[in-house]
Design a protein around this ligand. Structure first.
Ligand SMILES: NC(=O)c1ccc[n+]([C@@H]2O[C@H](COP(=O)([O-])OP(=O)(O)OC[C@H]3O[C@@H](n4cnc5c(N)ncnc54)[C@H](O)[C@@H]3O)[C@@H](O)[C@H]2O)c1
Ligand SMILES: O=C(O)C1=N[C@H](C(=O)O)CCC1
Length: 233
């Protein structure tokens, strides 16, 4: 498969290594705004760029009929526009806040736990995410997906960074050097605590998941998620 990388930073470089090992070719590396991209030889694009660049890259690919996988976080105010563009162009698009298999299993576990605890009003939920100090957005996209998972199953209505009101889920974002990504969901009552936690040891899981999503999407039409790719219920 001929892959174009939008964003050639920490993730772009890791994705390149994994894609080459899986016998794909990297036919373009776009690391800044580019106007002279030859879309005719690209089978699929993978965007791990920056919050202010992701939507432009997705739009460019969809308008040139190139399927696009986006892992960039912090641009979700434009997500619905990307979905509409994909549908208008009969294109193919996946955004995931986290492409690793482990985190996608963790999302399922989080929803299941929230569903069980939803009616147990003695528990208060909170979340913590820890990432490296270069991260531009907070809270992490993964923490937002986790919060949405809880909101779907309980009476919580919103998430909020730090101090939250009664119906809001408080998320604490910490930045510590060299931390690839750690997420904890905690439930506290007067008498006990329940915690679930996912720790990424490096970026390989994110990158492998993105390449697997790219392999999966070629030849398909529509807006998909990692649940579709991994065949999770
Ligand atoms: N979904 C996931 O599984 C997952 C995993 C890790 C990181 N991320 C997200 O991916 C993004 C990139 O992470 P990173 O650690 O590689 O960051 P990084 O800062 O190392 O790399 C980003 C690269 O994007 C480039 N860039 C800037 N403007 C661009 C443009 N217009 N087009 C193309 N490239 C452009 C920058 O020059 C930089 O090299 C972040 O938003 C991060 O939160 C997501
Ligand atoms: O390194 C990052 O930046 C990461 N971003 C994603 C997020 O915001 O959830 C996934 C984990 C790593």
């Amino acid at each position: 498969m001929n892959i174009a990388l939008f964003g050639y930073g920490k993730m772009g470089k890791m994705i390149e290594q994994i894609a080459l090992k899986r016998n794909h070719s990297i036919v373009a590396k776009i690391d800044l705004d580019a106007t002279d991209i030859d879309f005719s030889k690209i089978d699929v694009a993978i965007d791990f760029s920056m919050p202010n660049a992701a939507f432009g890259n997705i739009k460019n690919c969809l308008e040139h009929n190139v399927p696009i996988i986006s892992g960039t976080t912090g641009w979700l105010e434009d997500y619905q526009k990307a979905v509409d563009l994909c549908n208008e162009n009969q294109g193919a698009f996946i955004y995931a806040s986290n492409f690793s298999l482990g985190v996608n299993l963790f999302f399922e576990l989080n929803s299941y736990l929230a569903k069980m605890i939803g009616s147990q009003k003695q528990y208060r939920v909170s979340m913590e995410e820890i990432h490296h100090t270069q991260k531009l957005d907070a809270p992490s996209g993964t923490a937002i997906t986790l919060a949405e998972g809880v909101i779907n199953e309980t009476d919580y209505t919103k998430w909020k960074l730090d101090n939250a009101g009664d119906s809001e889920i408080p998320i604490t974002a910490k930045r510590i050097a060299d931390t690839p990504g750690t997420h904890t969901v905690s439930y506290e009552s007067e008498v006990d605590s329940i915690e679930i936690k996912h720790t990424a040891h490096n970026r390989e899981g994110f990158a492998l998941g993105a390449v697997i999503a790219a392999e999966w999407i070629v030849g398909k039409t529509g807006v998909f998620t990692m649940k579709d790719v991994l065949n999770l219920s």
